[in-house]
Every structure is written in structure tokens, then in C-alpha cells.
Design a protein around this ligand. Structure first.
Ligand code: CP
Ligand code: NVA
Length: 305
């Protein structure tokens, strides 16, 4: 296993499958009340968060506690980071106290600087560019519901954002079919897409037509129309993104056994209707729970060595 998870591209398909398999096993053990081992006893995970979070923060904290370790939440605003201490200094100092660091911030470059200067594993807990741990737990949810992601068609509707980028990365590493439908001004980053499309196993199509993207799809995926940091663009975005709403009409074009994913938080009746979010195809609550099981598998793999 590699030192850091800064993006899905740090992983091979074998790494991804191993993490999914282990997360499913850890979940099973927890439900059966047989997870007695504390493999991370005496270890500390730092959570350096510059953006809001409910699920990612709490699921990493719970994961760490369940594995016998201790999570420490670090707000940049109250540390010397806010007073411009260089990353290479902060990263080296933090490495002497902690055993791993999960970071949620704006810039992927900043995250990569932490990865380069820290001696401990650095985990991407969301940047403007990627959200890899989310997509790993989403793939776990797909495997639980469908048995495998092999041969499936995953559709992405809406913004070409950090989640879309991590889905593009995952499709290029794992080889499932990905159909993205986004309004042209909000297409995914060209460099992210070009790199993925050039990878041999990739089957990725970018469209503007939401109906074409979901036709026959096994998994329908969406996310907020305005990500953190883009909130002031929401009213303008609502007009452009309206045709991409995941609603009952659109789902009529999907496979009859299609499941619906949303990483949450959801804006009901914007990117997804309340009816679909609460409906029989929705696996979003299971998906949210799976973040904790996947984070346990990730922490065990990176810190348990
Ligand atoms: N899905 C997700 O990352 O949620 P939070 O922003 O609440 O962490
Ligand atoms: N794309 C969203 C994901 C939130 C978990 C955002 O970055 O705000």
C-alpha cells in the first residue's frame, strides 16, 4: 500500500478492491459484535479541516475510536497555519506528534505539499478537485448492492465537480463504464478527463444530455449544484442545472434495478427530488454509513503497517 491517498489515482484496482473487501468485512464484524481488535491503539489521527463537514469528520473520528486510536480535530484558524507558517514546517512538526493526517481544504496543490513534506500518511478528506475517500465508500455501496462494479454503467448528473473528478479517476482505474451529463460551462476539468480517457481500461463518455447518460444505467449519481466555496453562484446555477435534476421522470430511462447515490448533503428538489432521495432506489443512508467502514479500512491499511 502507498503512503498517502491524495487521489484515487494513487491506487491500483487491486488496492481499491482490497479496501472495499476489507470495509465490507469490518462492517460485518461490527454488526455481529465481533470487532474486538484494536489495531490502532496508541495511534493518533489529525483532522485538519478548512471547510465544513458532518459525515467525513465524524466518520473518520468514529473509525479511529473504533480501531483503538485517537482523533484530533485541528482547525487551521486557531493554529499558526492561519499566520502563514510554511506547509513544509507545519507538516514536519505534525509528523512528530501524529501518525496520520486527514485534510479537507480548497487547494489540491496544498494537500500535495502536505503529502510531500509529511513523514506520516496524508489522506484527502475533500479538496476542490477531488473527494477520493467518498468515491471509495460509494464503490463499496455499489458492491454491496450489485455484487460488483464490473460491467456496470454509472451515470453522473450535474456539476463537473470534485466528486465527478473522483468518479472519472475511479472509472479509469477500475474500468467500469461512466456516463457523465453536465452543462457545458460546468464540464469536468479537461486535464482530469484527458488523463482518464487515455488510460487503457477507461470507458468514459461526457455528454450534455441527461437522458442519454442515464439510459440503461445501473447507478445514478448526483451532487449539489454549488459546492462549498461556490454558494454565491447557486441562483445562477439553478437555472442551468434544472434539466439535470434526478427525478422520477429521468429515472424512467435507467435500468429497472438502478440504485441512486448522493454523497450528501443533498438539496432536496434542486439536484434531486425529495421523492427520489426517500424512494426505493435510494441507498444514500447506507452510503453515508459506509464512509465510516471505508475509513476504518483506509486507516488500517495506511497506519496499521
Ligand atoms: N459527503 C461528505 O463528504 O459529507 P460532509 O461534507 O458532511 O463531510
Ligand atoms: N461537491 C460537494 C461535496 C460535499 C461533500 C462540495 O465540495 O461541497
Amino acid at each position: 500500500m502507498i503512503k498517502d491517498i491524495l487521489s484515487i489515482l494513487d491506487l491500483t484496482r487491486e488496492d481499491m478492491d482490497r479496501l472495499i473487501e476489507r470495509a465490507i468485512e469490518l462492517k460485518k464484524n461490527q454488526k455481529a459484535g465481533t470487532s474486538m481488535k484494536k489495531p490502532l491503539e496508541g495511534k493518533t489521527l489529525g483532522l485538519l479541516f478548512d471547510k465544513h463537514s458532518t459525515r467525513t469528520r465524524l466518520s473518520f473520528e468514529a473509525a479511529m475510536v473504533q480501531l483503538g486510536g485517537v482523533p484530533v480535530y485541528i482547525s487551521s484558524a486557531t493554529t499558526q497555519i492561519a499566520r502563514n507558517e510554511p506547509v513544509r514546517d507545519t507538516a514536519r512538526v505534525i509528523s512528530r506528534y501524529l501518525d496520520a493526517l486527514a485534510i479537507r481544504t480548497y487547494s489540491q496543490e496544498l494537500l500535495e505539499q502536505y503529502g510531500a513534506h509529511a513523514d506520516i500518511p496524508v489522506i484527502n478528506a475533500l479538496t476542490d478537485l477531488y473527494h477520493p475517500c467518498q468515491v471509495l465508500s460509494d464503490l463499496m455501496t455499489i458492491v454491496e448492492n450489485k455484487g460488483s462494479y464490473d460491467g456496470l454503467t454509472v451515470a453522473w448528473l450535474g456539476d463537473g465537480n470534485n466528486m465527478a473528478h473522483s468518479w472519472i479517476n475511479a472509472a479509469s482505474v477500475a474500468g467500469f463504464k461512466l456516463m457523465l451529463a453536465c452543462p457545458e460551462p460546468y464540464f469536468p476539468d479537461k486535464a482530469v478527463l484527458d488523463k482518464a480517457v487515455n488510460m487503457t481500461s477507461s470507458d468514459i463518455t461526457l455528454l450534455t444530455d441527461p437522458v442519454k447518460a442515464v439510459t440503461g444505467a445501473d447507478v445514478i449519481n448526483t451532487d449539489v449544484w454549488a459546492s462549498m466555496g461556490k454558494d454565491d453562484e447557486l441562483e445562477e446555477r439553478k437555472k442551468v442545472f434544472a434539466p439535470y435534476q434526478v427525478n422520477a421522470d429521468l429515472l424512467n430511462h435507467a435500468d429497472e434495478n438502478a440504485i441512486v447515490l448522493h454523497c450528501l448533503p443533498a438539496h432536496r428538489d434542486e439536484e434531486i427530488t425529495d421523492e427520489v432521495l426517500e424512494g426505493f432506489r435510494s441507498v444514500v443512508w447506507e452510503q453515508a454509513e459506509n464512509k465510516m467502514h471505508m475509513h476504518k479500512a483506509i486507516l488500517e491499511a495506511l497506519m496499521g503497517r
